[in-house]
Design a protein around this ligand. Structure first.
Ligand code: ZN
Length: 303
């Protein structure tokens, strides 16, 4: 298992390392209009951002890191000269919350939920910067050029302060980390609360959108524009249920706990990226959750 894990992590780091080479070509080529005035930007580094262009400025969703944001800004400039108004951060994790300074330097304000901002103030990342606007509660609305953006904090699920963004009039959403189309989930992330994640996904299905940009997806480049949909949210929910049921089935058969991860196969997902190298990690993570209880947790007064 550890060898497999190391192989998977090496592959991930290699993928991130390769990004610079791939991405260096032209940021515009990773840019697609997914709805009128709304663009997906996938930097070729495994991370996808989004931006909204209006007659009075641009809003950016997910800055990732300095290199990604620098190229994202270049991609935006290939589409419009409108000023940057806001860069919206989804959650606290360093690998998503870096790069905000690129847009602050470009004249924009960065925005983050208070739970993410407080964590980052205590644990600043190498490429994170303090946000200009910090918000509390479950819903905040921001307007750019007459277009409303809704910021939904749906409670605990992954990391802290996880925000799902919705542009109702475009019927578009931005979803980080919670929905990963065509990819086995990266459940080894310790602060993924699986039960709350399922609850959140059901709430995401209630939001009014037809297409979303999902931060990590393995959708073919030519269909990103019709990309991440509620069908993918449902698939993620089904995968979690199937994984849990497969573990319970092994419990019932009397399979020893340490033999269960290697014993489980879910062939209906074999075509998903990282099925071979990550499925076993998924089983370990789910099994630990079943043994030890959910993590993380916040008292209601702070959640
Ligand atoms: Zn994350």
């Amino acid at each position: 298992m550890f060898k497999k894990l190391r192989t998977a992590m090496t592959a991930t780091f290699l993928a991130i390392g390769w990004a610079g080479l791939v991405q260096a070509e032209t940021p515009a080529q990773y840019t697609q209009e997914i709805a009128p005035g709304v663009y997906s930007y996938g930097g070729g580094n495994g991370y996808h951002s989004m931006f909204l262009v209006t007659d009075d400025g641009v809003a950016v969703f997910e800055t990732v890191n300095t290199d990604h944001s620098t190229k994202l800004l270049e991609a935006i400039r290939s589409v419009t000269d409108q000023p940057i108004r806001y860069a919206l951060h989804s959650h606290n994790h360093w690998d998503h919350a870096g790069g905000g300074k690129v847009f602050q330097d470009a004249g924009g304000q960065t925005v983050m939920h208070t739970l993410a901002a407080e964590w980052l103030a205590a644990h600043p990342g190498r490429e994170t910067s303090p946000p200009d606007i910090v918000w509390e509660g479950n819903l905040r609305e921001i307007e750019v050029g007459g277009v409303e953006i809704e910021l939904h904090y749906l409670g605990l699920n992954h990391g802290l302060g996880m925000t799902v963004f919705l542009i109702p009039e475009k019927r578009v959403a931005y979803i980080a980390d919670l929905v990963t189309p065509n990819r086995v989930m990266f459940t080894i992330v310790p602060d993924f609360n699986i039960g709350e994640w399922e609850r959140t996904l059901k709430e995401v299905l209630e939001l009014n959108f037809d297409v979303a940009v999902c931060s990590h997806n393995e959708l073919p480049a030519d269909i990103v524009a019709s990309g991440c949909t509620k069908g993918h949210v449902e698939e993620n929910l089904q995968f979690i249920a199937d994984l849990r049921n497969a573990i319970f089935a092994e419990f019932k058969k009397g399979t020893g706990a340490f033999e269960i991860p290697a014993a489980i196969e879910l062939p209906q997902y074999a075509h998903w990226a990282h099925y071979d190298d990550w499925l076993e990690m998924n089983v370990w993570r789910m099994m630990l959750d079943l043994f030890m209880g959910p993590y993380p947790w916040l008292p209601d007064s702070q959640g």
